[in-house]
Design a protein around this ligand. Structure first.
Ligand SMILES: [Zn+2]
Length: 134
């Protein structure tokens, strides 16, 4: 879990994630369809069906197929709601980073970028995601 620290140059708070061991399996992308088991179960998977978006979610033994957007908790969260009280002033100010860390995969296509995804797709899915987490 990360720490909230003060950036004394820019005079703002930043979240610093500790360096962790990277996944060495680089052949499989955990965010691509078919590899859902590499991530935490989705809390929300949007599936287009009959011209509408269905809000589904994974269970322990079932992963949603044909999703267009998938939201799940990070396996290596930078922030957490179960933080320990570890405040420090030395060498620099630091406090626990509190919050939720979700990953939103906005396209099932590995090569998509924000530049290649339509603004309609992003806008429509964004409103569904925001409504789900309210
Ligand atoms: Zn991918």
């Amino acid at each position: 879990m990360g720490d909230m620290r003060k950036d004394y140059v820019l005079e703002r708070e930043v979240i610093v994630h500790p360096t962790t061991k990277k996944n060495t399996n680089t052949k499989k992308c955990p965010y691509c369809p078919g590899n859902e088991s590499m991530t935490n179960p989705s809390l929300l998977a949007l599936v287009a069906k009959d011209g509408m978006l269905q809000r589904l979610q994974d269970s322990e033994d079932f992963f949603v197929d044909d999703w267009s957007v998938r939201v799940f908790e990070s396996k290596e969260p930078t922030v957490s709601i179960s933080t320990k009280n570890s405040y420090s002033d030395r060498p620099l100010y630091s406090e626990p980073a509190y919050g939720y860390h979700y990953i939103v995969v906005v396209s099932p296509k590995h090569k998509d970028t924000l530049a290649t995804i339509s603004t309609d797709h992003i806008h429509t899915k964004r409103s569904h995601i925001c409504n789900y987490f309210r």
